[in-house]
Structures are given as C-alpha cells and as structure tokens.
Design a binder for this molecule. Structure first.
Ligand code: CMC
Length: 426
C-alpha cells in the first residue's frame, strides 16, 4: 500500500526516520507517522486539522472544489435521483441496491420502526420544555437496555440488526420528542408510508383525524435526510468511532454522537442560524451583524458560514438553497422575510473581504432551517432532524470500524504542566 516514503530528520536524533506514504483513491497522500513512537516522538495536531484518523471507503470530500461523494456518487445526483433509504443502503453496503435488494431493505427498516412500548415511559421523566436533543441523548442511549439480543459487536449480523433498528427508530423517537413537548399523544408509525412520509405523519398527525402527507413536503424532507446522511470524519462521527473503539454498544455510541452533534459549531448550527436570522430581524441590521462577526474581540460568528474542510461552496448548501426555493414556491410562501434576510446576508458575506479571504461560504445549515421552518418543524427540533439523518453515517462508520482489524482510540498529548515534584509534608 505504501508506494512512497517521507524522510524526517529531527535535531538531536541521528539519521533519518523513514515514514511510509499512502495514496487513497482520491484526495491527498497521507504520511504514516506510527514509526515515530518507536523513536520516542509523537505528532502534535490539536483539532485534527491534518490528521487522517482512519481509512474509510464510505464518503469523500474535496473541500477545495466543493465535492461530496458517497460511494463515489456526487451528492447532487443522489439528492436528485435517489431517496434516503437507498442512500442508507449505499452507505451500509458500499453499492447501490438492485430493485430486489432495495425492496427487502425498505421492508426490513419499515418493520423496525416501532419502539418498545416501555420506552415511552422514559419521556415522562423529562420536563415538557426539555431540549429535544437532551431527550434524544437519553432515549437513544436507553435503547441498549432493550435490545440485548443484538449487542455482540463482533457478530456482523448483530451489527446489521442494530443498524436497521437505529435507522428505523430514530424518526419515531424524534417525533415522540416533539409530541411530548406539546402534550399530544405519541403517533405509531404506519407501514404503508415512506420513511419521510411516516416521519411527517408522526410529527403532525393526531389520532383524532386523517393526516394527508403533502408529497412536496415529503420529498423536501427526504432531500434534507439525504443531504445530512454522512460527512466523513466530522466531530460527531469521530466521536462515534472513538466510543466504538472501546467496544461500547452501538446505541451508546450513537448517543455519544448525538451529544457531539448538539454543539453550535457542528449540527447545532441549523438551530443557531434561525435564531440569528430572527435576531437580525431586518435587512437594515445586517451590516451591524457582519461587523460583529469580523470583530476578533466579539465571540459572535455568522452561523451557517464556514467549514473546516470546505474552502468553497458546501455542495449540500447549493442543493439546499434550490430545495428551499422550490418548497417555498410550492407552499405559496412568497417573500418569506427570513429568506430575504438570508439571501441578502449571503450576498454581502460573499462579497466581503473578511469572508472572501478566509474562504467562508454558506454551509449546509444555512438554508436547511428555512425549509424546516416552512415545513412546520419547530426550531429546537432542527438538530434532532440532523441527528436522525446522520444516524446512517454514524452507524456505517461504526460498522466499518468493527469490520476490520482495529485498535482502541487513544490520542497522546504535549504535556506542559508542572515537572515531577515532591508533595509538601510540612
Ligand atoms: N463567522 C465569522 N468568522 C468565522 C466564521 C464565521 N462563521 N467561521 C470561521 N471564521 C473565521 C475565524 O474567526 C478565523 O478567523 P482568523 O483566522 O482571523 O482567526 C477563520 O475564519 C478560520 O476559522 P476557524 O475557527 O479556525 O475554522 P475551523 O475550521 O476551526 O471552524 C467552523 C470551522 C465550522 C467551526 C467555523 O467556521 C464556525 O464556527 N462556523 C459557524 C458555525 C457553523 O455554521 N457550523 C456548521 C458547520 S457545517 C455543518 C456540520 O458539519 O456540522
């Protein structure tokens, strides 16, 4: 696998240290730094800005060009021609399904959508005004207490069953969070509906009447699920891999991923974007917020802008913007004031030197909130929708980790604390 070598000289060390260099199918070469440990050296890379923590076949991002591929397929094509469950199959299996495989996969997921009845008792322990992400951390972790029959992480079949259970139950649990917060009864899933339709019905239907799912909204919801499905080694996925590396069960690992996703620098940004747009309130106030974002003394950042990997348009944001226009047009929401502010903000930021020089472009979270709001999803549920969609990415990475020889994740450190000293005895 190592077709090239890097050679390193270090002051105080004799000779050269030879390090293998590997080439992937796409992307930059990576230097294998493992031989350094034998020389008493570690590498230092806070924030993992230049560290490949694993080998993976699932997703590829070219941040400079703004390209995102799942199994080699561009995200724009998947969003246009595929559907979320097919993308789930692709991420789990590495190939698109045949029609028979697709039908079987969809049926299996559909037949796992109900949650254990006892699980509904967990919700009652939360305050009605609890943040739904707090509830999700708890109830998804609690799934490990219900499915003892599939917790052998060394058994490929057990891992597959866990993946089905997680993909299937996340929409049910997400909708239960919402229903609990507004005091309405939980809605059971319905097997004849598609994944997105089922979610919308469990969110907005009630036992008192029929809920007709709008095909436009279901398609938009499905696109949102696709656009968030995976994004290689981001903070939450790395968290899931790291938690999984200790041998923890998959439900506990996904709960850890949900916790990592919650922060505003990651998945919490979609909620933060809408809060920010409301706070801006009027196009006339945009310059004030742009100035704040540029002020190094002010912690305020333009939410929905910037990305660790993309130094170009986030390809997901492009699809999201188009979907947003389509959804608002089909719903007859002309002149949405928040959309107006968002479009103007984007235009100003894209022309401003500060953002241009730092290559800060709108990311996936910039437009998703506006669509979710138009669909009727409350702001505090936005990150839950991200978690629901990303579950397939998390579980696929977790499964990939366990499908090949692996090691517990254990980073080292540059210690700068006190040197060895004696405890004062007088
Ligand atoms: N507004 C203003 N300035 C920014 C922003 C922003 N949104 N993002 C980065 N910068 C500046 C930052 O202050 C720094 O400036 P300087 O070089 O003068 O110190 C420079 O750009 C580089 O930023 P960084 O913090 O070193 O970059 P990072 O790769 O560590 O952070 C990020 C990436 C996404 C956390 C950051 O851009 C950010 O906080 N964005 C806002 C939150 C957001 O939208 N997050 C969603 C990410 S996409 C969805 C997901 O994958 O979860």
């Amino acid at each position: 696998m190592a077709d090239k070598k890097a050679r390193l000289t270090v002051d105080g060390l004799e000779g050269e240290i030879e390090l293998p260099v590997y080439s992937g199918t796409e992307g930059p070469d990576v230097i294998d730094v493992r031989p350094l440990t034998g020389q008493g050296l570690f590498t230092y890379d806070p924030g993992f800005v230049s560290t490949a923590a694993c080998e993976s076949k699932l997703t590829y991002i070219d941040g400079e060009k703004g390209i995102l591929l799942h199994g080699g397929y561009p995200i724009e094509q998947l969003a246009q021609h595929s559907d979320y469950l097919e993308v789930c199959y692709l991420l789990l299996n590495g190939e698109l399904p045949t029609p028979e495989q697709k039908e079987k996969f969809n049926n299996t997921v559909t037949n796992h959508t109900m949650v254990h009845e006892q699980l509904s008792q967990f919700f009652k322990g939360f305050r009605r005004d609890a943040h739904p992400m707090a509830i999700m951390c708890g109830v998804v972790g609690a799934l490990s207490a219900f499915y003892h029959d599939s917790l052998d992480i060394n058994d490929a079949h057990h891992r597959e069953v866990c993946a089905y259970r997680l993909i299937a139950k996340m929409p049910t649990l997400a909708a239960m969070c919402y229903k609990y917060s507004i005091g309405q009864p939980f809605m059971y899933p319905q097997n004849e509906l598609s994944y997105a339709e089922n979610f919308l019905r469990m969110m907005f239907g009630t036992p008192c009447g029929d809920y007709k799912v709008s095909p436009t909204l279901a398609r938009a919801m499905d696109k949102i699920f696709i656009l968030h499905a995976d994004h290689e080694q981001n903070a939450s996925t790395s968290t899931v891999r790291l938690a999984g590396s200790s041998g923890a069960n998959p439900f506990a690992c996904i709960a850890a991923g949900i916790a990592a996703l919650w922060g505003p620098a990651h998945g919490g940004a979609n909620e933060a974007v809408l809060v920010m747009l409301n706070e801006i309130g009027d196009e006339a106030n945009i310059p004030e917020f742009i100035d704040r974002a540029k002020d190094p003394e002010d912690p305020f950042r333009l939410m929905g802008f910037g990305h660790r990997v993309y130094r170009n348009f986030d390809p997901r944001a492009k699809v999201m913007k188009k979907t947003c226009d389509e959804v608002l047009a089909e719903l007859g929401i002309e002149n949405d004031p928040l959309l107006k502010i968002a479009k103007r903000l984007e235009q100003i930021a894209l022309e401003d030197d500060y953002f241009v020089q730092r290559k800060l472009y709108p990311n996936v979270d910039f437009y998703s909130g506006i669509i979710l709001k138009a669909i009727g999803i409350p702001t505090n549920m936005f990150t839950v929708i991200f978690a629901l969609s990303r579950t397939i990415g998390w579980i696929s990475h977790w499964n990939e980790f366990h499908s090949s020889p692996n090691k517990i994740g254990r980073p080292r450190q540059l210690y700068t604390g006190p040197k060895l000293r004696d405890y004062p005895t007088k």
